[in-house]
Every structure is written in C-alpha cells, then in structure tokens.
Ligand binder design. Sequence first.
Ligand code: NAI
Length: 454
Amino acid sequence: MVYDLIVIGGGPAGYLAAERAGQGGMNTLLFEKRSLGGVCLNEGCIPSKALLYSAKIADNARDGAKYGVDASGVALNHPAVIKRKNKVVRNLVAGVKAKMKKNKVTVVEDTAFITGRSPEGYQVKAGDTVYTGRRLLIASGSVPIIPSIPGAKEGLERGFVITNREILDLEQVPEKLVIVGGGVIGLEMASYYNSAGSQVTVIEMLDHIAGATDLEISQILQKNYEKKGIRFMLSSRVTKIEENAVVYEAGGQTHRVEADKVLMSVGRRPATEGLGLENIGVELDRGAIRVDERCQTNVPGVYAAGDVNGVSMLAHTAYRESEVAVNNMLGRKDIMRYNAIASVIYTNPEVAGVGETEQSAAEKGIDFEVAKLPMMYSGRYMAENEGGDGICKVLIDKQQRKLIGVHMIGNYSSEIIYGAALMIEMELRVDDVKELVFPHPTVSEIIRETIFEI
Ligand code: NAI
C-alpha cells in the first residue's frame, strides 16, 4: 500500500500534520519512536506547566497574608506534584492517540529510517517493514545541546548533569541546583525548584537572562527572582563539571559552585541525525533542514515542520508550520509568516512578548516609538498583584503608525499576548486599536491604556 503522506515524528508538528492530513482525506502514516506528543507533551511545555502551576499555588498561599488569607504551614509536596504532572501528560497523550484514530491515521511506534525513493514514492523502513509514501513530512524535533565542557558527558552518564527530560521527573528536590543557561528552560525550572525549596544558581554566558526578551523586562524578571533567593552569575562561562560542583569563569576569575544536580539548558539543536535524509538528498543549513515559506525542502514532496527546520523552535510555530505544509500538499495556497509569533516564559511573574523589541527594532534601523506603563494601571492587576512591578511596552512604526511589538511582564501575560499577536498579524494601526473595546476589569486592558500613551 502507498500512503499519501508519511510523517516522521509525533510531536506538535507531526501529530497536528497527521490530523490535518487525515481531515483533508489523505491516507496518512505517522511514526513515533518514543511517545506520541513528543517533547512538548511528554517532557517540555505541558509537564513544566503542570509543575509551575503547583508552584504558583504554593507561592500564592505563602503570600496569603498580603491578601488577608491565613495559610501558614504551606508546603509543596514534590512527589505529589510529579504524580499529578504524570496524570496530566497521560491524559493528553491519550487525547492525541484518540485524534489519530478519529482521523484514520496509522500510527507506528517505532524508529523510522528513510532508505530511498521508488517510482511509487519515498521509502521508509521501521524494523523489517518498508513503507512507501507519496509525500514525507519530517517532524523529528530537536535535542538538547550538550556543550563540550570537560566533565559534562561523564556528569550526564552518572545522572549528575541532567536535561529538560530528567528535571521534570526528579524524585527528590535537590538541595543545591545549578542551572547552566539562563534561557527559557533554565528560568522556568529555576522558578519551580526555587518554589520547591532548592538553592538555585543560574550561570549564564550573556550579560542578561532570557535571551532575546526585551532587556528591561529581563532585568525586572531577574530582580523578582533575586528577591526570591535565586543567584544569577552573568557573563560567566562554565569551564568544568566536577564530581559535585560546577567551575566557571567570570571577570577573569575562576569560581566554583557546589551542586547536587546540574541542569544543562544551553539551547537545543534540530534532530536530523539517523533519519536517512542523505538517502533522498535533503539539504541542511547549519544543522537544520532548509525549507521554503511553504515548509517544503529542496526535495519535491518532502516537507519539514517544527524544531527540525530550526526557524523558530516553539511548539506553536510547529503547529502552524505543519498546517502550512499540509495545506500545500492538498493544493491550498498557504505560506508561513514569522513576524507575529509570540514568545512566553511561564515564570511567576509571567513574561510574554511579540514582534520587535526596542533592541531588534534599533538593529533593523526601524523608525519606531515606544510607550510604556506599569501594570498597576490595570485595576485587575492591582487587585491581584500586591506589590507587583510588571510593565507593558508597546512599539509602533512611526511612519505607518502601526503596531510592531508588545512586551509584558506580569501575570496573565501568557494568556493576553495572543491578542497583541493578532493586532500585529492584522497590521492594526494605533487608531484601530484605540477603537477596540476590551473587557473590564482585565489585565489585558493595559495594552489599550499603553497605546493611548502614544
Ligand atoms: P535558550 O536558547 O532559550 O537559552 C539558552 C541560554 O544558555 C542562552 O541564554 C545562552 O546564552 C546560554 N548559554 C549557551 N551556552 C552556554 C554556556 N556554555 N554557559 C552558560 N550559558 C550558556 O535554550 P533553552 O532554555 O535550552 O531552551 C531550548 C528551547 O526550548 C528553546 O529554543 C525554546 O524555544 C524551547 N522552550 C520554550 C519554552 C517556552 O516557550 N516557554 C519553554 C522551554 C523551552
């Protein structure tokens, strides 16, 4: 039998592509070597959010006195948190399985290897069976980067150095947790383990945390976490992983920090090895599969969506890319646009942003204007965030007077930011947004308020 589409990888890009292809009437086969749902559902986005929600409940309860609530003796029960997280993951994986069934997708839980091409289509081998598909979608995701620091590999082997996978399943809260890399994974895990009682140290190579986040917001986030007891070692380079310590250099000096566990969160790279891509001539660009705006590779009928194409390594980007790929397979015109993809860090307070930051706009030479307000201008924020220091920042293109960026720190930002993404995607002008009615009282109103500052 020849499938209309073979999908390799069952994460957000792969399972959604299979679902959409099934809905579109394509006879689809999906390979997954670990667990349906991929990194996002099993060892990334979802489990981390389950952990962080438990931490948020504990943090709020500890802060209860500020709100007239007596909740003394609050403790976070880590094993119970992990147990609940596992239940959430199990249910969602079952949900993905059900969707595959509903859309008549054949799922093979095995490792797929592309062997070549025949007149009928592309050939993919798993075990002793060879499958043929008229089209291929590579959605094999990404893997953590392990830098070649002396001791890192050995540390990983003995479970002292861990990645996003193991940190979500630790049986015990480490007394001393050292996190190498102050990006999204590092900060979210610093947040949880700080709430769970670890003494957390974040070692970051750059002079700021949270990567490409608006610099002012990154500094507010850092201050919030320093107040909670997290130590940040910035402009610091890890040089060695020892038996129970991490050695790093900063300002020309060597420092050593003791650890019970070390989380390595210095980025991820596309998972392109061992797939047999070379057997059909798929081109890579700096380790990622090169795709065009339709998510098609250089090989006709072969597409790549999600982290493996390295464009924007986020689950929500993967969703949209997979739809673009499938729409093109079905003969519907569709292309990827990346300028309005929001990014969120689910710390407490949450950080969310979309579009240009002051830094990126300046680098691009855009003539822009910025307006900024404290979140306290929102009544709802004030009512629910005693002493909160969140801000909202809006950037507009001065010539066209349209929105080009919105950045926020403060709770519910993660749920609000899609509205800002919509405004940027629809190229709304300042005057258009001024005419929109936001529900009151909501934290989202801060966007409207900020725009009135322009
Ligand atoms: P990242 O790229 O966000 O951050 C890595 C950080 O490590 C950077 O700040 C970098 O400067 C630093 N770094 C690199 N090498 C270093 C070294 N040798 N020593 C010290 N610092 C070093 O990568 P991260 O946090 O590992 O996340 C990986 C991917 O997972 C991201 O691409 C992200 O898209 C995704 N993710 C997204 C989340 C979200 O959207 N909320 C949450 C978690 C992960």
